[in-house]
Design a protein around this ligand. Structure first.
Ligand SMILES: Cc1cc2nc3c(=O)[nH]c(=O)nc-3n(C[C@H](O)[C@H](O)[C@H](O)COP(=O)(O)OP(=O)(O)OC[C@H]3O[C@@H](n4cnc5c(N)ncnc54)[C@H](O)[C@@H]3O)c2cc1C
Length: 379
């Protein structure tokens, strides 16, 4: 791949960064403190095509690729990860429909997301099944023309505010392979039997809604099956092959934002009669931070570009996400340290960045899960 971004890529980056500076930066602290979902900001983002950027044009989206989505997410995450996640995840789960859905599903469920009139969720994790996703026990039983779904989902982004979710259900418990026992089914959030309970007190990402979702004999039409019955695991892995590049981009952006703050602070803060930045020990630290971020950026862009070429590489994606998450956590730690005591109070944004960073090593595959994928290729 030629890593020189095109003029169009630059325009997309500028647009996303300007949006972040003008619409996200002034309110980021407030939403973080209040643990409040930034509905108005998400709506404004939708008007600019920043929600669901990969939704195809025929379904009302801008029809960008995952590289463009990575560029958008990176620029927004430079400013605030919580609101970035709220914007980016407003269409989370919908890629399952883009990749595997029927024409009817696409026409019904995609346009409202792109317009900011609906929010989606992807409900895969359960209280006892996270990394080991095939341990999911939420059952979907076929009853005539309907699925009847019962179970519990945990840590669901947008759980309390979504209009619908793609739910990972056990449909074929007797299939010989555990990888052929599940299916993805669309569940509309307002149906009887769906109860979402918000999870409060998160360490970071506090502007993003997270919930526990209980499903009690929820009836949905048989036509809500996404893709093939029994192929839910395969479909989900294909979904993650694309969306993990977005999480990697979150890491790159967050780390870049933290580095920018560290440089600005080190120039301004004076100790022993001279600016912090005049110490070579700190210059070397900044150089290390910049280098790690640049490597994460290159891996992320390439991973996303491969998805757009129709050649997603799960190992490469895992490397990009693992490295970007690890880099973000490490860079935020270094940047906070450079702020001394001021880094520890929430008047300075670095404290929020530090708290937000950790999620990048946990969701959409923990760093251990990423290493499992990488090691599999090596063995
Ligand atoms: C803020 C937030 C938002 C989220 N959003 C969503 C969402 O929208 N949809 C959704 O479905 N899920 C979501 N999740 C869930 C997230 O993807 C899971 O938390 C994650 O996959 C880990 O699963 P777990 O918490 O069950 O940890 P576990 O699977 O119990 O793992 C615990 C620890 O053990 C490690 N571990 C597990 N097995 C092994 C092994 N074999 N070898 C070595 N180490 C191992 C893990 O890496 C982890 O560090 C979200 C989580 C959070 C916190």
């Amino acid at each position: 791949m030629d890593f020189d971004l095109s003029e169009e890529h630059r325009l997309i980056q500028d647009m996303a960064y300007k949006f972040a500076v003008n619409e996200m930066a002034p309110v980021a602290k407030e939403y973080d403190r209040a643990e409040k979902y930034p509905k108005e900001v998400v709506q404004k983002a939708a008007e600019l095509g920043l929600v669901g950027p990969t939704i195809p044009e025929e379904y009302g989206g801008p029809g960008y690729g995952f590289l463009e989505q990575a560029l958008i997410v990176e620029q927004m995450a430079r400013v605030d990860l919580g609101i970035t996640q709220a914007i980016e995840s407003a269409a989370f789960g919908s890629q399952n429909i883009v990749f595997f859905g029927t024409e009817e599903q696409k026409q019904k469920y995609l346009p409202p997301l792109a317009e900011g009139k609906a929010v989606a969720a992807g409900a895969y994790t359960e209280p006892d099944a996270g990394t080991d996703v095939v341990a999911a026990r939420t059952k979907a039983l076929r009853d005539g023309d309907e699925w009847v779904i019962t179970g519990n989902k945990m840590f669901i982004t947008n759980g309390t505010i979504c209009d619908y979710m793609a739910v990972f259900c056990l449909t074929d418990p007797a299939a010989p392979s555990p990888h052929q026992r599940h299916s993805l089914i669309i569940v509309e959030a307002g149906l009887p039997g769906v109860v979402a309970t918000p999870i409060k007190g998160k360490m970071g990402l506090r502007a993003s809604d997270t919930a526990e979702v209980a499903l009690d004999n929820v009836r949905v039409p048989a036509a809500n099956l996404i893709g093939q019955q029994g192929q839910g695991f395969k479909h989900l892995m294909r979904f993650f092959d694309a969306t993990r590049t977005v999480v990697a981009a979150q890491g790159v952006g967050l780390a870049q934002g933290a580095l920018d703050m560290a440089i600005a602070y080190a120039k301004e803060r004076v100790t022993f009669g001279r600016p912090l930045i005049s110490n070579q020990a700190l210059q070397f630290k900044l150089a290390e931070m910049a280098t790690k971020i640049e490597l994460a950026r290159l891996a992320t862009y390439r991973a996303a570009w491969l998805v757009d070429q129709g050649r997603p590489d799960p190992t490469y994606n895992s490397m990009a996400k693992y490295w970007a998450g690890k880099t973000a956590v490490w860079v935020c730690d270094q940047a906070l340290q450079m702020h001394g005591g001021y880094g520890y109070i929430d008047e300075y944004d670095i404290q929020r960045f530090y708290r937000d960073a950790k999620i990048l090593e946990i969701y959409e595959g923990t760093k251990e899960a990423e290493k499992m994928v990488i090691a599999k290729r090596l063995a």
